[in-house]
Design a protein around this ligand. Structure first.
Ligand code: ASP
Ligand code: MG
Length: 462
């Protein structure tokens, strides 16, 4: 078989962990062709983001640079035995660090940080990781070469920070660049980054390595894509909130998409899109317990009567905005104008509902977008389009029950809200997509634990 193995940041957190990763690769490679996609070493992306924000204010952050250098150099020293391979990878990493330092110095001088430069700075996380993993594989006697996303042909638009791959070209390029290599070598490719048509480095959104892996898998028509992480698979709930949560053995693509961005281990929102398009099974497995089978995501829609709901996903860090006005009633265009305005300001909408009275529209966004969203809406809509009021609530969370079995089954919503009312929780907003595989509702953030427990109990998910 041909398999993409994607390792998340916690899987490659240190030299020792990289050895574990390489041993997994070695084992899987015995009977298969393997393509490795890796995230940055744990914490590195966050640190690079902080570094770039400091630089924008003209501040030098020596500590972060030193930590990053130390982490990567230690990993090399700790795990690469062959002197020649060690020297090579040291040199490669040093030259990347020099480039990073120069880029940051430039930002410090001008105190200006474009999205393009920020992408270049954060890209160093993955770019520093892959040469080390690849070197360790060579050190173990496995032929391997490292690549950036751009080098293998992932081409994106110029929406730096959240760029979208240009699918047709990417498919063509990746296939051309990698297909012939796989017989002989294990490519180790940076997740999260691509390049624009101009050749500038772009990133495809936080957690984007999953998306990269799925995309590369589609381009190469692989048999399976494995997301190697630090939990045993997708769980029935966030274990930090609900310790009794269980691993879900199988989900359909659509069920998994419904909970992709939620839960303990949020996946990139688009991570499953290429895999689903090419009908490639995805496994979510634990790097530290690779023999556990994990969660399989494929095109099978398996509905058992006792499993109407398969998971309770939750998402914190959100804010709810309500745009209201009696004159919005029967006034076409308000919603269009509102969402168009938010879209142009790069504010992502997470959930929407409008009452039948048409006198108010409520939607959810990320907490960090709240200030900008309210100001954009007030400036553009107040007094126009019938809007008289823009209000917000910033301590909310969404709870979502997911399961293909809900489609066409009556009484699920009744059971859900009955469970919630029994524990005296106030529901502020509700939405159900017409796919009927998900019912989502908004409550106060402090009620999330009680709500998840109540739902687990009501639907016998333990
Ligand atoms: N390193 C990137 C991040 O932390 C991408 C990834 O981990 O998937 O967002
Ligand atoms: Mg990550």
């Amino acid at each position: 078989m041909k398999i993409v193995l994607k390792f998340g940041g916690t899987s490659v957190g240190s030299g020792k962990k990289i050895i574990n990763v390489c041993e997994i690769v070695q084992k899987v490679k015995k009977n298969n062709q393997v393509i490795v996609v890796s995230s940055a070493l744990q914490s590195t992306t966050d640190e690079l983001l902080e570094l770039s924000e400091n630089a924008k204010k003209g501040q030098v952050n020596k500590k972060i640079i030193n930590d990053i250098v130390q982490r990567h150099q230690d990993a090399i020293k700790d795990i690469i035995q062959d002197k020649k391979i060690q020297d090579e990878v040291f040199e490669e990493v040093s030259s990347l660090i020099k480039d990073l330092e120069k880029t940051v110095e430039g930002v410090i001088i001008v105190k200006e940080l474009s999205d393009k430069t920020k992408d270049k700075i954060v890209s160093f996380g993955e770019r520093l990781a892959v040469p080390i993993i690849s070197a360790k594989l060579r050190d173990m006697g496995i032929k391997s070469e490292s690549f950036t996303g751009g080098e293998v042909g992932i081409m994106t638009d110029e929406n730096f920070g959240n760029a979208s791959p240009l699918m047709k070209v990417t498919q063509h390029n990746v296939k051309n660049n990698l297909s012939n290599l796989l017989e002989e070598t294990v490519p180790v490719i940076t997740g999260f980054i691509g390049a624009t048509q101009q050749g500038d480095i772009s990133t495809i959104g936080r957690g984007g390595s999953d998306f990269s892996a799925s995309l590369i898998g589609m381009c190469l028509s692989v048999d399976e894509i494995w997301f190697m992480t630090d939990v045993d698979g997708l769980l029935t709930a966030n274990p930090n909130i609900y310790p009794n949560a269980k691993t879900i053995p199988q989900l359909s693509y659509d069920e998994a998409v419904e909970m992709a961005t939620m839960g303990a281990k949020g996946m990139h929102a688009r991570a499953l899109e290429p895999a689903k398009t090419a009908n490639i099974p995805v496994r979510i497995k634990n790097t530290f317990r690779p023999d556990v089978s994990g969660t399989l995501i494929n095109d099978q829609i398996i509905v058992k009567p006792e499993e109407i709901t398969k998971a309770v996903a939750s998402l914190n860090g959100l804010a709810m905005i309500t745009v209201a006005g009696m004159n919005m009633v029967g006034n076409p265009g308000t919603a269009g104008e509102m969402f168009g305005m938010l879209g142009r300001n790069k504010i992502n909408i997470i959930m929407i509902s409008q009452s039948i009275s048409e006198a108010n529209i409520t939607f959810l966004i990320r907490h960090e977008d709240l200030r900008k969203a309210v100001s954009v809406l007030q400036v553009s809509l107040l007094g126009k389009s019938g809007v008289t009021n823009v209000t917000s609530d910033d301590e909310v969370c969404v709870i979502s029950i997911v399961g293909a079995g809900m489609k066409g089954t009556s009484g699920v919503a009744a059971k859900l809200f009955n469970a919630i009312s029994k524990v005296d929780i106030n529901v502020q907003m509700i939405a159900q997509g017409s796919s009927e595989q998900n019912i989502s509702f908004v409550i106060h953030e402090s009620d999330s634990k009680a709500a998840i427990e109540a739902i687990h109990k009501e639907f016998n998910m333990d």
